[in-house]
Structures are given as structure tokens and as C-alpha cells.
Design a protein around this ligand. Structure first.
Ligand code: HEC
Ligand code: HEC
Length: 245
């Protein structure tokens, strides 16, 4: 069944130029788009509020060094980024560094409520701002790695990311409208998950969809891919927290 749906898509494929990339919200149903825009009805805002509370909690709080959460405006548009020690950090990784190195606490852990909440609160303070990750210097080789991942056919279905997210964007697949596969809405509240989840969790779902290897949350493979996706999204707005089917 899956094979037939996918085969039909591939037959219908045309090639989309990078300039045609559209914000993820453009592919949402009018209902979901309205929910995404309305904090009072968007369940993801519960995490944003928790994150803002966490930001201020404790003696050595995030706030004690950084000031109010508003000081994080624009930060999410620049992540993933390469740290001075050469490590590629997404927003979650950057937060975990402050958690362990500045607060001297144990890491929150991938997909923990605390980490998702802080990530959502920080990303939310960039909502509407255009993505602009660094692509030169030490970022360049990570982007190349991410691009290779994106362009390589994978899994039993032997599909590259772009065969769905470029060539078939706007078409339906199993009840979804295929978007351009950007990470700008993450962390996102997904109705299917019934909770907020990270971009890497979503990437695992796409890997599973083509019966390819699912890499661990926070793995180097998905980090490089995340940076490549962010570089593709240059100029498009941060939508986090997104709302998805
Ligand atoms: C003791 C001070 C201190 C505390 C506490 C602290 N940070 Fe930081 N944080 C820093 C410093 C210093 C940097 C810049 C590091 C560098 O040069 O890259 C930073 C950088 C960051 C950045 C990246 C900012 C940018 O512009 O790229 C984020 C995001 C961040 N911190 C989040 C947090 C969060 C969330 C917490 C609480 C869980 C926290 N920090 C706690 C000192 C702190
Ligand atoms: C068989 C088609 C298919 C392939 C191949 C595929 N995806 Fe997806 N992907 C989907 C569908 C369907 C969705 C859910 C609808 C949407 O948001 O595009 C999705 C969602 C996403 C999203 C979330 C977008 C959002 O705003 O919520 C990202 C990011 C993504 N894919 C990236 C990738 C990457 C990277 C690859 C390659 C490793 C990939 N996908 C491979 C079909 C595919």
C-alpha cells in the first residue's frame, strides 16, 4: 500500500528550485494554521509557559546570567551553530551545555519535558524572525555532510528526502500534505504524538517512513541534517512552537 502511494508520487514528480521553498505554515490546513497562530488554543504554549518559568528557577537560573527570556530573541535563527571547540550544537545542545557547564547540573536529557520547554520558550522568542544560520567557516563541512544525507536515497523505499519534500511538496501522502521539510516549526506539538516533540523525533519518523536507519536523537547525523535544513530555510520565519497533524 505504502509502496503504491509512494510510487504514484514519484511518477508525478517535477523538480522544485530552492527559491520555491515555502514556509511550513503554508502547507497546513486552515484549521491547524489558525490554531498555530493562537496561543490561547495552541497546546504547545503550555511548554512555552513551563520553559519561561524554568528559565527563572533556582539561584543559578538561566535568567541570572542572561536576563529575561526576551534576551533570547533572534538566537534560534542562528542554530545549529558550531561552538568554539568545534562541536555542532543545536538549540537543545546549547541549552544542555549551559545546564552542565554553567549550572553544574546533570543534563536534562533529550526529549525531556524540561529541555523541550526551554527550547520552545527560547525558539518562541524568535517567532516570525528569518532563519540565518552561519554557513561558512567551520559550518561548511557539516552542511556538506547534511546535504549528502538529504540527497542520498535511503531505506527499503530507496527515496531521498528531496523526492518527497522538493519534488512532491504540496501533494498528499497518507493524509498529510507534504511540506518542504523545514525544521522551522520545531519543537512542535504533533496531534499524532499528543505532545510536544523535537525536530529529531520528526526526522526519525521520516526515516522510518522510508524504512531507513533511524538515528538516535541528538546524533551527529541528524545534527548535520538539521543544519543543512536550517541553511535551506534561510530567510524563512521561525514558526516554533509549530502545530502539526
Ligand atoms: C553562569 C552563567 C550562565 C548560566 C546560569 C546559563 N548560561 Fe547560557 N550562556 C552563558 C554564556 C557565558 C554563554 C555564551 C557561551 C559562548 O561564548 O558561546 C551562554 C550561551 C547560551 C545560549 C546561546 C546564546 C547565543 O547567542 O548563541 C543559550 C541558548 C543559553 N545560553 C541558554 C541557557 C539556558 C536555557 C540556561 C538555563 C538552563 C542558561 N543558558 C544558563 C552563561 C550562562
Ligand atoms: C516518502 C516521503 C518522505 C520522505 C522520503 C521524507 N519525508 Fe519528511 N515528511 C513526509 C511527510 C508526509 C511529512 C509530514 C507532512 C509535512 O510536514 O511535510 C514529513 C515531515 C517532515 C518534516 C517536518 C516539517 C514540519 O514543518 O512539520 C521534516 C523536517 C522532514 N519531513 C524532513 C525530512 C528529511 C530530512 C527527510 C530525509 C531524511 C525526509 N523528511 C524524508 C514525507 C517524507
Amino acid at each position: 500500500m505504502i509502496h503504491r502511494a509512494v510510487a504514484a508520487l514519484i511518477l508525478a514528480a517535477g523538480v522544485a528550485a530552492a527559491s520555491e521553498l515555502r514556509p511550513s505554515r503554508d502547507f497546513l490546513s486552515p484549521e491547524l494554521r489558525a490554531l498555530q497562530d493562537d496561543p490561547s488554543r495552541h497546546p504547545g504554549w503550555l511548554w512555552v509557559e513551563d520553559g519561561e518559568a524554568l528559565w527563572q528557577r533556582g539561584e543559578r537560573s538561566c535568567q541570572s546570567c542572561h536576563g529575561g527570556i526576551g534576551s533570547m530573541a533572534g538566537v534560534a535563527t542562528r542554530y545549529p551553530a558550531v561552538a568554539p571547540d568545534g562541536a555542532l550544537l543545536n538549540l537543545e545542545g546549547r541549552i544542555e551545555r549551559c545546564r552542565t557547564q554553567q549550572q553544574n547540573e546533570a543534563p536534562f536529557g533529550t526529549e525531556s519535558d524540561a529541555l523541550l520547554s526551554l527550547t520552545a520558550a527560547i525558539a518562541q522568542s524568535s517567532r516570525g524572525l528569518p532563519m540565518r544560520v552561519a554557513t561558512d567557516g567551520p559550518a561548511a563541512s557539516f552542511i556538506e555532510q547534511g546535504r549528502r544525507f538529504y540527497e542520498t536515497r535511503q531505506g527499503q523505499l530507496n527515496l531521498a528526502c528531496g523526492q518527497c519534500h522538493d519534488e512532491n511538496a504540496g501533494r498528499r501522502l497518507r493524509g498529510d500534505v507534504i511540506s518542504n521539510g523545514l525544521g522551522t516549526g520545531y519543537p512542535a506539538y504533533r496531534l499524532e504524538w499528543n505532545t510536544l516533540g523535537s525536530l529529531h523525533r520528526r526526522l526519525r519518523a521520516c526515516s522510518l517512513g522510508v524504512r531507513a536507519t533511524q538515528f538516535p536523537l541528538g546524533s551527529p547525523e541528524y545534527l548535520a541534517l538539521e543544519l543543512f535544513l536550517a541553511s535551506r530555510a534561510a530567510g524563512l520565519p521561525v514558526e516554533a512552537p509549530g502545530l502539526r497533524r
